[in-house]
Design a protein around this ligand. Structure first.
Ligand SMILES: *Cc1c(COP(=O)(O)O)cnc(C)c1O
Length: 370
């Protein structure tokens, strides 16, 4: 076995650096004895909402919970349809199914893998209750075009911003563009908990109020339940850790961008390898650095033999997953979605990655492509 030279992802350096700050914040929470919601969560919510350029954030226990509660808060009910994409992580389709609604999958734009606004327009029907574009890899979807379609039909938009902490679309933060947005703080995300966490953000006081009630068993007053919710509450320990990490988000995203630009430069003119780049109107949060290559699986194996970690986000589109066989519908043949799933490869990218590792990855990629 070749030793791992460049791991796909590694949080240990980040936590070595942040250890003292995180331990201090844990001590603070231990001293209060308040582990679910409470002041620490409220403080994080205020800081995160501000960072997203909106009035409200509602802390929950995962990005998946944020999506489900977000859909509920927008009024999605059994029998409704929700339009989203198939080229993404499965969580949004699960959330739609748990809400009793039907996912309608539409095609993505070839250049970035985000929702194709023209395909969205063709997919809307009388039962469409919400639209969920995904800011995939940290690159915001084409929100002006998506919002134009949505507003013309009076349908709310829930941004899946689970990969887009700190990303900008025409200068505006991801999460401030639709009626509401969902974030995940899964450990590998641009800011991650030491465990599970997520948030719903919105400028709309009614949506925030609904989300707050639904994450706590549909209750505003203890033991009075006005709606069927669930236990979706954020833990104080995760909030305290996220408050520490939020202060580093800008610096970390800048470093991700620097590394991504280094990849871009080194990959220019490498035959058979096409980065999924950034469009002019956008500042990606570069959650992932993704390229398209022919013979992807062979290239990935060859890199693995050189000790370079890669992943595929995502290898099987949702409409082709066994769990969603016969569920929902898709509009068109989703040929671009299928093609991307066959060609995409995510290269190592995280703030602590060193410059030499980008060079080593590109060198390995060149050899693997021969
Ligand atoms: C991470 C992620 C989720 C799910 O978040 P969890 O916190 O793991 O539940 C949903 N959608 C997208 C696009 C994601 O990247």
């Amino acid at each position: 076995m070749t030793p791992v030279r460049v791991p796909f992802f590694d949080l240990t350096a980040q936590h070595r650096l942040l250890g003292p700050e995180i331990r201090a914040s844990l001590d603070r929470v231990l001293a209060t004895g308040q582990f679910i919601l409470g002041e620490e969560v409220e403080a994080f919510e205020a800081e995160f909402a501000k960072r997203c350029g909106v009035r409200f954030a509602v802390g929950v226990n995962s990005g998946t919970t944020a999506l489900l509660i977000g859909l509920w808060a927008l009024g999605v009910r059994p029998g409704d349809e929700v339009v989203t994409v198939s080229h993404t992580f499965v969580a949004i389709a699960e959330a739609i199914a748990f809400a009793g609604a039907t996912p309608v999958f539409v095609e993505v734009e070839e250049a970035r893998g985000t929702m194709d606004p023209a395909a969205l327009a063709a997919a809307i029907g009388p039962r469409t209750r919400a639209i969920v574009p995904v800011h995939l890899y940290g690159h915001p979807a084409d929100m002006d075009a998506i919002l134009a379609v949505a507003r013309a039909r009076g349908i709310p938009v829930l941004e899946d911003a689970c990969q887009a902490h700190g990303a900008l679309y025409k200068g505006r933060p991801a999460g401030s563009l639709g009626e509401a947005a969902c974030f995940s703080f899964y450990p590998s995300k641009n800011i991650g908990a030491c465990g599970e966490a997520g948030a719903i953000v919105t400028d709309d006081g009614d949506i925030a109020e609904q989300a707050r009630m639904l994450r706590d068993h549909g209750s505003r007053v203890k033991y009075r339940h006005s709606a069927i919710g669930l236990n979706g509450r954020m833990e104080a320990i995760q909030a305290a850790i996220l408050r520490v990490k939020l202060r580093y988000l800008d610096a970390w995203n800048s470093r991700r961008r620097e590394l991504a630009q280094r990849y871009d430069r080194l990959l220019t003119g490498v035959p058979g390898c096409q980065p999924v780049g950034e469009s002019d109107s956008v500042r990606s949060s570069y959650y992932l650095y993704v390229v398209r290559v022919d013979e992807r699986d062979a290239v990935r194996d060859a890199l693995g033999r050189e000790g370079i970690g890669t992943q595929i986000h995502y290898p099987i589109p949702i409409h082709r997953q066994d769990a969603f066989a016969g569920m929902g519908r898709h509009v068109g043949d989703l040929g671009v979605t299928d093609r991307l799933a066959d060609e995409i490869l995510s290269l190592p990218l995280y703030p602590e990655l060193e410059d030499w590792a980008v060079q080593a990855t590109v060198d390995g990629l060149r050899r693997s492509l021969r």
